[in-house]
Unconditional design. Structure first.
Length: 700
């Protein structure tokens, strides 16, 4: 394709005097522009260059009026042969245009007297718009038009249409972008050899093409963002992200951490477990063990589907810290989950004579102070709790490992607090993060590129897969009968109350009412209730009773979503399942199917179903594979939603699409470390171009 300088196409103003009409003096206008640009996330020339068009309009050619088909956007040029104000029924300006082939009309429902004057008989007009059949022939309603003052050449490139914001016209934006294209440093950040090896187009050439493609540019490749120019832009964006994440990764790996050596305790736990670790668990533990042995802080994400057995791997890591004479902390986002861990760890570690402390916000002050003192003195080596663990007044003597469960629920701030708590004598603690819900591979390769990842991709043997049933809520009675039958045979059931996002109070009320109603309907069975507002002690008592089998049916809000582990529960009913998200449904369902009995999950739904709800129910019905569900969730909700709290600290991708650009992501990933190693100044320039000041947000 022949190269033409981009600025050639910008000579002709497109809407006469759009900037002049604002009436602002130049400096005031510049200030105003700056704040409007800020709204679009534009703060520099390069940001302008990277503000890419949404679509294009073809103003490079004229369509004879007689050939302007219906519905298509066309550009015509003609002479005004009539210009009248009509009342039919509203006041409007009707302009009749003629060229050599025929006539048509432009109609304006709002117009200025000055417009009427400019469109006088004999004026030459170039108009762009959609031709539609009108009352007297073809017409354009409110077309974009320009009165020509003399012969004006047609632009040679397509006209870009940019994402913009109220108060900033396309014209003004185009002018600023063209200026930036002409004056910004567009030199390539990729070393030539690397660019050639990857088969990528040049940067300058790519941005110029995308702002001003020639009319013969493949339209599909532009629209679908698959042409070489788009490939280059998307690659660069992905590389920018990889570079900043990998730079942090490398910086961290130069920091100091205690090197933890094997001792008797980890071996003792393994000997004492009633099961053997799965191959996947063994592999994950080996990776963690190797990291912990190094004198640099581990930052590892342990991923695995619900029930894959992440906890025991975390327990081994905790014991590795203890057998090295140091401390470990386990942090969970909810009290129920923290408590569940406390129970499990107390059981496993207690048997080995290792003391475990419990810390939450709901504890009595005196109790907490006493525990805190023992932790600070190093008398208790393991502390488990909610984020209360990292509040003021809690200090460790020698924290070597922090385990963070459900890490995505913690924000950047909490992770920073964790880092500060742990720093002893210039050494940082190792971090093991766990994710209850699998993270799609593309997401972990991109947004989690600053972490190492271990995946447990296998469930312990002997599990019977959960059978999922979709049941309209009109058949609730049958479901009640089913619960009774199950409990009579000695098993237990969960009843999950509807999620009411708008109102926690309403959700609570519904839970209490549901409990009352089920207690009546299931007379003779013991029905318990647990919800987020229950005092911690009561919550613990109910959970205890359910774990011990004294409560047969547990009515719950989504507080049971994560971590709860009662293998004898084999039935779960989720009311108004259509209101839940995919990850939530998968988590909830993961509470059953943990024992030998065949488990059933009944999704009660109410019609009408939205398309999204129907799709979610279909996916959850079709598969129990957490990674597939995570992938579908990403498709339905997009990365911003799926990432949750982490999103607050991470700039989202604008151009690359994780659904379709996995090959580019792999390429960027592969090249990032190489570039940091071989050409740090090119890497720095690339990060500056793509991340600007935002790279700092990743430091946590
Ligand atoms: P999750 O990965 O969802 O946190 P858990 O760690 O809670 O899963 O483990 C789920 C259940 O499986 C627990 O009851 C745990 O004791 C048990 N478990 C873990 N590993 C194994 C194994 N290798 N064989 C049998 N059961 C296991
Ligand atoms: Mg768990």
């Amino acid at each position: 394709m022949p190269k033409r300088p981009a600025t050639r196409t910008t000579a002709a103003p497109r809407t006469a005097g759009a900037a002049a009409q604002t009436g602002l003096e130049a400096p005031a206008r510049a200030r105003n522009d700056a704040s409007l640009l800020a709204k679009l996330g534009i703060g520099s020339k390069l940001d302008l260059v990277l503000h890419l068009p949404l679509r294009y309009e073809d103003e490079t050619s004229l369509t004879p009026i007689a050939q302007a088909g219906e519905g298509a956007a066309v550009q015509i040029e003609g002479e005004v042969v009539a210009c009248d104000v009509a009342y039919r029924p509203r006041r409007q300006l009707v302009v009749k245009l003629a060229d050599a082939t025929g006539v048509c009309f432009m109609r304006f429902l709002n117009f200025y007297p000055s417009q009427q004057k400019a469109l006088a008989h004999g004026a030459r007009v170039r108009a762009f718009g959609e031709m539609r059949p009108g009352f007297f022939g073809g017409e354009m309603v409110h077309p974009r038009y320009r009165v020509l003052r003399g012969p004006e050449p047609l632009p040679e490139a397509l006209t870009p249409v940019y994402p913009t914001t109220a108060g900033l016209s396309q014209h003004a934006l185009r002018r600023m972008i063209d200026e930036a294209l002409a004056s910004a440093d567009l030199s390539d950040t990729l070393p030539e050899e690397m660019r050639a090896r990857l088969g990528l187009a040049g940067f300058a050439e790519s941005v110029r093409l995308l702002h001003h493609p020639e009319p013969d540019t493949d339209a599909g490749g532009l629209r679908g963002r698959t042409n070489p120019a788009w490939r280059r832009i998307k690659f660069d964006e992905l590389l920018g992200q990889q570079l900043s994440m990998r730079a942090h990764y490398r910086a961290r790996s130069r920091e100091a951490a205690p090197s933890l050596a094997p001792g008797a305790l980890t071996a003792a736990l393994r000997a004492q477990l009633p099961f053997r670790l799965t191959r996947a668990q063994e592999r994950a533990w080996q990776e963690i063990e190797r990291d912990l042995g190094r004198a640099h802080p581990m930052h590892r994400l342990l991923q695995g589907d619900v029930g894959s057995g992440k906890t025991v791997v975390a327990a081994l890591a905790v014991l590795r810290a203890v057998e090295s004479g140091r401390q470990a902390a386990v942090m969970a986002p909810t009290e129920i989950l923290a408590e569940q861990h406390y129970r499990k760890f107390s059981q496993w570690l207690g048997a080995l004579g290792v003391r475990v402390a419990w810390l939450t916000g709901s504890q009595k002050k005196a109790e907490r102070r006493k525990t805190a003192a023992e932790i600070a003195a190093g008398a208790i080596p393991v502390a488990i709790g909610t984020h209360a663990l990292f509040q003021e007044g809690i200090g460790f003597r020698d924290l070597a490992l922090a385990v963070v469960d459900e890490q995505h629920r913690f924000g950047v701030r909490q992770r920073l607090a964790l880092r500060e708590k742990g720093e002893t004598g210039g050494a940082l603690p190792h971090q093991l993060m766990m994710s209850a819900t699998p993270i799609p591979r593309t997401l972990s390769m991109s947004y989690y590129a600053d972490l190492d990842v271990s995946v447990i991709d296998e469930l312990p043997p002997g599990r019977t897969p959960v059978v999922t049933k979709l049941v309209a809520d009109a058949r609730r009675d049958e479901v009640i009968g089913r619960i009774r039958a199950e409990c009579t045979e000695g098993r237990q059931a969960y009843w999950v109350c509807p999620l009411i996002e708008e109102s926690e109070a309403l959700e609570l009320k519904t839970a209490i009412e549901t409990h009352a109603r089920l207690s009546a309907e299931l007379a003779g069975l013991s029905v318990g209730l647990v919800h987020g507002r229950l005092p911690a002690a009561e919550k613990a008592a109910v959970m205890d009773a359910f774990a011990a089998g004294r409560v047969q049916v547990l009515v719950a809000t989504t507080v049971i979503e994560v971590g709860v582990d009662v293998p004898n529960a084999s039935l779960m009913v989720i009311e108004h399942a259509e209101r839940f998200g995919l990850a939530q449904l998968h988590q909830l369902r993961g509470r059953i199917g943990r024992g030998v009995a065949e488990s059933v999950c009944i999704l009660l739904y109410q019609r009408p179903l939205s398309d999204g709800a129907r799709r979610r129910l279909q996916i959850i019905y079709e598969t129990t594979d957490g990674f597939r569900i995570a992938h579908e969730d990403l498709m339905l909700r997009g990365p911003g939603e799926v990432l949750g709290a982490r999103q607050s600290g991470v700039p989202l991708l604008r151009f690359a699409d994780l659904a379709t650009d996995e090959p580019l992501l792999r390429a960027a990933r592969a090249v990032a470390d190489e570039l940091l190693e071989r050409d740090p100044s090119a890497a720095a320039r690339h990060m500056q171009r793509w991340m600007g000041g935002r790279a700092d947000l990743l430091k946590a």
